[in-house]
Design a protein around this ligand. Sequence first.
Ligand code: S3P
Length: 436
Amino acid sequence: MSIQYTVHPSGPLSGTLMIPGDKSISHRAVILSSVANGISHINGFLEGHDALATVKAFEEMGVSIARPDSEQLIIKGVGLYGLKAAKEPMNLNNSGTAMRLIAGLLVGQRFDAALIGDDSLSKRPMARIIEPLRQMNAKISAHEDDCPPLYITGNQSLKGIKYALPVDSAQVKSCLLLAGLYAKGMTTVIEKSVTRDHTERMLTTFGYPIAVSGSTKTIQSGLSLQSAHVDIPKDISSAAFLIVAALITPQSHIILPSVGVNPTRAGIITILKKMGAKIRLLHERMMGAEPVADIEVSYSVLIGVDIPHELVSIAIDEFPILFIAAACATGMTRLTNAQELRVKESDRLTAMSAGLTTLGIHHITHSDGIEIEGGCFQGGMIDSYGDHRIAMAFAVAGLRAASSITVLNCEAVATSFPNFMILMRTAGMHIQADIA
Ligand code: S3P
């Protein structure tokens, strides 16, 4: 089954719109609750395919997870050493976060495990976790030492390491910190650039100490996690599609309540403000360990910018929709130092370039970035390459195109933003989904 979206030029967008829960935080809430002592309560959980794959994996390892109501989980933690071997390989579908974080936890268990994924996940690089995990004495292998499936042999005595991350990746950092829960001595990870720090914040929520000194994060084994109550903020990466949709559609004005604005995630807001976006963060407050705000967005005349290097890793998931904003801006937007975009759910530089070409937007791609000249979208038919964020980005472009845009292979939108179409319709977009 293949879903295609057709979007007709439409708008303005208006209303107060509830974005679903944060994907990164949802994964971490399930993982840490599962290995904590006691019963944890989670609210605002993202019921997308990715986070649900994490729930299923822990159920397969013997954790009891109840879903009393929508977006709520009650998880009976089994403690750091209470997981059991799954009977079959655990299927993490499309989720790199699930695979890399769970692998970190599994190398410290007393049983063997196998992790598999869908076609997209099966092409994503795992050497970045395999290499440091092996330095910790983990026994882990993969197809050609890089791509899933991952095979993990348990019962190894892990040792802590000091590791300078060669790539900007919160998934690799988190994988090693989770392995560090089981490693003799201290595990230290040093970041090159700032990446999302949800794992660090949530470890503290579960009562597990982690030492953070600038870019150096250190964890020690031998302690335990205590159950917690976690309220999950709305996902800024999903909010980004509505933010840009409102910015590029004349007369739009929207409010997005309770969105996570953790400074290690909120690069999109800084970049859009540099482009002239009218965005206000209202009622800034804490939701547990995470900062949130109600985000107010009004239609704005955007200008092209050079994206500063230090904002790349803290806006890494938002570039597909930022390219749509750049295409609607006056002048050039330049992005460099973003080679990680080539190893996401698709090669996002190639996928975006193909779609921008179809829509008549002048641009030049480089190995690590892109230059986009603002222009006007023509209509057309676009392949999302099965990547949720490419699909949603081009659907948003449809608001401002000369004629309708059809986006193919949109099934993966359900991984992160299951009610995308309904919410966009509520806001004022003319979007329909057809099964092809
Ligand atoms: C994530 C980290 C990022 C991001 C992904 C979610 C996480 O990946 O792209 O969508 O939850 O830790 P990398 O760590 O590969 O940059």
